[in-house]
Design a protein around this ligand. Structure first.
Ligand code: C2O
Ligand code: CU
Ligand code: CU
Length: 528
């Protein structure tokens, strides 16, 4: 194991714009008793906030009765105020971290797990060697030191394990948490804060008779993606949220391995969307339902001031059709009755509740939803370096392979079309069988994610065969704002504009269906 990791790091140094000083010789510098750091803190980096995060095995109470064995990240503030860290004690969730734009942070990651692992900061614009590429996985007993400045605008970001071929299993075991950034522009809006600014992490899990997590990765589960039988919110089943009669800011993260949600309030109240992956929109948008794929975030404004104490409201996932015509799998009919019936008692695309809200007390809020949130400059194709020559990433899935442009993930395998000039704007198209899928291809939605800076969605195009199923999801896409993950439906092509500023080196792009990612639907790009 050790040798493999050494080799991986050495390989990466070939590409790293800023090498890790001393990575080849493994200095025995150790910050924490018992852990040996594979890299050194920089002498000229003066952190505003310093946090030590330790990954460990743990037992938490999720269901009644026996405790559940999980993998838990626990944090300790070394420098900074206590509000930067909430350990989410008693749950498997990794700590919620709260930073301000412009802060310099040092995160000291200790691995006390019986396996290799590494954490990635999803949605953050950080140097390549601070991004948690699987090449940087550390062994039990090792420490990785991350140092970076928070360059992102205010938003609901997150972090999770990104270990080669076992990301799905590690995230499922608990290695994921929220990374919330605030900034002055956002603070000036005086949105509901404190107890009225609530993160809601939505995940699905299956348990055995002893209350232990079940993760099966049989062929079918991997092709479709693992679907748990029970919805957990913030690590809890049957989640009930007591609220006061005022407005709330709800921050939703789909932290599930593969499950896609079609979110709606069950009394027909439209969802008021104020933010997406990369922070607030320019102005609020109303949708009857919103699609939320793995990796995506959504910020909602919800005002309970007109509701009577004692009333209830549910957030549900509504039914939708994930298959395009001619698809081999993924359709509800097939999963509900036929060959997929053993996969989950809660099929993808069925109708089920996610969480219950109870209006519990009266409170005067005086909250007014701002008409304008934060200004966003729309990126323009004509400013892209490849304005007339979009980079196409075609998504394909067949038999046991899930590929991007016909290639599976491989370390140290940058192809010419994966090299991107630093400080350029690029047009990128994710093509999910838009130009007629190849024979034998499985039609599935793929939530496509790119590391590094956030992108903007330019357009969505759907081919003529996919209209009917597409109609069951299409008004649930948010086209505005900054994104790092976009759901690409069967038969669809999504064009995005993404800047590649500041940092050279390797960054990843992949499907955020974690089983697909582990099956190889992931590649590195090299910014140089
Ligand atoms: Cu959230 Cu590379 O992923
Ligand atoms: Cu990411
Ligand atoms: Cu996928």
């Amino acid at each position: 194991m050790k040798n493999k990791t050494n080799l991986q790091r050495r390989t990466l140094l070939k590409y790293a714009a800023i090498g890790i000083a001393g990575a080849l010789t493994y200095p025995s510098w150790a910050k924490t008793e018992g852990f040996v750091s594979v890299n050194r803190p920089s002498a000229d980096f003066f952190p505003d906030v310093e946090i030590e995060l330790t990954m460990n095995t743990a037992e938490v109470s999720i269901l009644k009765g026996e405790k559940t064995k999980v993998w838990k990240v626990t944090g300790k503030v070394i420098k900074g105020t206590p509000e930067v860290l909430d350990n989410n004690e008693g749950t498997y969730l990794a700590p919620t971290l709260r930073f301000k734009k412009g802060q310099k942070v040092r995160l000291i990651l200790n691995n006390n797990l019986p396996a290799q692992s590494i954490l990635h900061w999803h949605g953050l614009h950080v140097p390549s060697n601070m991004d948690g590429n699987p090449m940087y996985a550390i062994n039990h007993g090792e420490t990785y030191i991350y140092e970076f400045e928070i360059l992102n605008r205010a938003g609901t970001y997150w972090y999770h394990a990104h270990t080669h071929s076992v990301t799905a299993r590690q995230v499922y075991s608990g290695l994921a948490g929220l990374f919330i950034v605030s900034d002055e522009q956002e603070q000036a809006l005086k949105l509901p804060s404190g107890d009225f600014d609530l993160p809601l992490v939505i995940q699905d899990r299956s348990f055995d008779g002893q209350n232990q997590l079940v993760y099966s990765a049989h062929m079918m589960q991997r092709m479709q993606g693992f679907l748990g039988e029970q919805i957990l919110v913030n690590g809890r089943p049957d989640f009930v949220l007591p609220v006061a009669t005022r407005a709330y800011r709800l921050r939703l993260l789909n932290g599930s391995n593969s499950r896609i949600y079609k979110l709606a309030w069950d009394d027909g109240t439209p969802l008021t969307v104020i933010g997406v992956d990369g922070g607030l929109l320019e102005m609020p948008e109303q949708h009857n339902y919103v699609m939320l794929a793995p990796g995506e975030r959504l910020e909602l404004w919800m005002d309970f001031s007109e509701r009577a104490v004692g009333t209830e409201l549910n957030l549900r996932s509504l039914s939708f059709d994930v298959a395009s015509h001619g698809g081999m799998m993924g359709g509800r009919g097939m999963m509900g009755g036929g060959m997929m019936s053993s996969v989950s008692t809660l099929p993808s695309g069925s109708n089920y509740p996610l969480l219950k809200i109870k209006v519990a007390r009266k409170e005067q809020g005086h909250d007014v939803l701002p008409k304008m949130l934060t200004p966003i400059t729309a990126l323009q194709i004509k400013h892209a370096a490849n304005a007339n020559n979009p980079r196409t990433i075609s998504l394909s899935m067949r038999h046991m392979s899930a590929q991007l442009n016909g290639r599976s993930y491989k370390m140290d395998d940058i192809q010419p079309d994966e090299i991107i000039p630093v400080n350029s704007l690029q047009v990128i198209e994710f093509d999910n069988g838009f130009n007629g899928g190849m024979h034998g291809m499985m039609n599935m939605p793929h939530p496509m994610h790119m590391h590094g800076e956030q992108f903007q969605i330019v357009k969505r195009e759907i081919n003529s065969h996919s209209g009917d199923s597409y109609a069951s999801v299409s008004s649930g896409f948010i086209q505005h704002g900054w994104k790092d993950t976009v759901l690409v439906m069967p038969g669809e092509k999504v064009t995005v504009l993404k800047p590649f500023n500041d940092f050279k080196g390797l960054f990843m792009y992949h499907c955020h269906n974690l089983e697909h990612e582990d099956m190889g639907m992931m590649r590195d790009y090299l910014v140089k």
